[in-house]
Design a protein around this ligand. Structure first.
Ligand SMILES: Cc1cc2nc3c(=O)[nH]c(=O)nc-3n(C[C@H](O)[C@H](O)[C@H](O)COP(=O)(O)OP(=O)(O)OC[C@H]3O[C@@H](n4cnc5c(N)ncnc54)[C@H](O)[C@@H]3O)c2cc1C
Ligand code: FES
Length: 283
């Protein structure tokens, strides 16, 4: 007897260009929307032959049955996705995956987002705001154009601080400069820092001397998202963890960032070749 496959398609309800190479997609996925919580992610495939790629749940609407993701075009799959428009579909959309992070038990929270990291801190800011615990937020990017979700963050934060490398918006410098200034003059119970690995590591080095709890979101390379393949291994406090099932958020003061950096670059050559093949630049 032949096998039967039920291929569900997930419709893109809306698409917005947020910045150069960064798109926001609102995707019809009622089950994922119903069960989603801040800190979780989805794994999607653009088409049936596609790679499985993880994206943070940047927002969700239980009534409309939609999940929002922000996607930065960095390689083959994100490039294929960038060609999709509202009304198109993606083949798979699995989630929510990973553990939600509950920041509501902390009194005052500082959220720090660098670049696409804004996707992770957005649902946290929204939830904390709805609980009457609006967080302070530091958003950083290279330039003004790359600051993501600035209006949303302003709405949900008690105070918003923007930092740009070139000073084109907010303060000139890195998010760590602002974090150092803030923790000297204000009292926080926890920090959630999300962005590129070096940024998260730098924030941890600022908060470590004062023993301020700092949570980071590990964007390790993932394949199955179920703890089976071992791809997303990270070392936390000397123990082996898997970002997909034990994380993706961990105590930043315990994460081995040097190892995480090495593991993230493992497949760079193969990814480059795959991108060129997909774009027809090599045969
Ligand atoms: C939990 C989690 C949440 C993420 N959330 C977001 C998000 O909200 N928005 C966003 O733009 N990106 C997010 N990413 C990163 C995103 O998954 C990668 O950018 C994407 O997989 C790149 O695929 P590609 O084929 O376009 O690029 P490739 O050329 O294949 O890879 C470019 C780089 O992306 C990373 N990458 C590649 N494949 C994977 C993979 N299977 N899993 C994880 N990283 C990979 C590697 O660092 C790689 O060097 C997240 C990653 C994780 C693990
Ligand atoms: S993605 Fe395979 S173990 Fe986490």
């Amino acid at each position: 007897m032949g096998a039967y496959y039920n291929i569900a398609m997930y419709k893109i309800i809306d698409k917005r260009i947020l910045a150069d190479n960064v798109n926001e997609y609102v995707i019809e996925a009622p089950l994922a929307a119903k069960n989603a919580a801040p800190g979780q992610f989805v794994i999607l495939r653009v088409d049936e032959q596609g790679e499985r790629v993880p994206f943070t749940i940047a927002d969700y609407d239980t009534e409309k049955g939609t999940v929002t993701i922000l996607v930065q075009t960095v390689g083959a799959t994100t490039w294929q996705l960038s060609l999709k428009q509202a009304g198109d579909c993606v083949a798979d959309f699995v989630g929510p995956l990973g553990n939600p992070t509950d920041l509501s038990r902390y009194g005052k929270v500082l959220l720090v987002g660098g670049g696409i990291g804004g996707a992770v801190i957005h649902p946290q800011a929204k939830l904390l705001h709805s609980l009457g615990k609006a967080p302070d937020v530091v958003l950083g990017a290279r330039t003004k154009e790359l600051l993501l979700y600035i209006d949303e963050m302003r709405r949900y934060s008690s105070e918003l601080f923007a930092m740009t490398d070139d000073g084109s918006y907010g303060g000139k410098g890195f998010v760590t400069d602002k974090v150092a200034e803030l923790i000297e003059s204000r009292v926080y119970d926890a920090v959630l820092a999300v962005g590129p690995l070096p940024m998260m590591q730098a924030v941890c080095e600022v908060t470590r001397p004062v023993g301020l709890k700092t949570i980071v979101s590990m964007n390790s390379v993932m394949v199955d998202g179920t703890g089976m393949c071992g791809c997303c291994r990270v070392t936390v406090g000397g123990e082996r963890k898997y970002a997909c099932v034990d994380g993706p958020e961990f105590d930043g003061h315990k994460v081995d960032f040097a190892e995480a950096g090495l593991r993230q670059g493992f497949y760079r050559e193969q990814e480059k070749e795959h991108y060129c093949r997909i774009r027809g630049e090599v045969k």
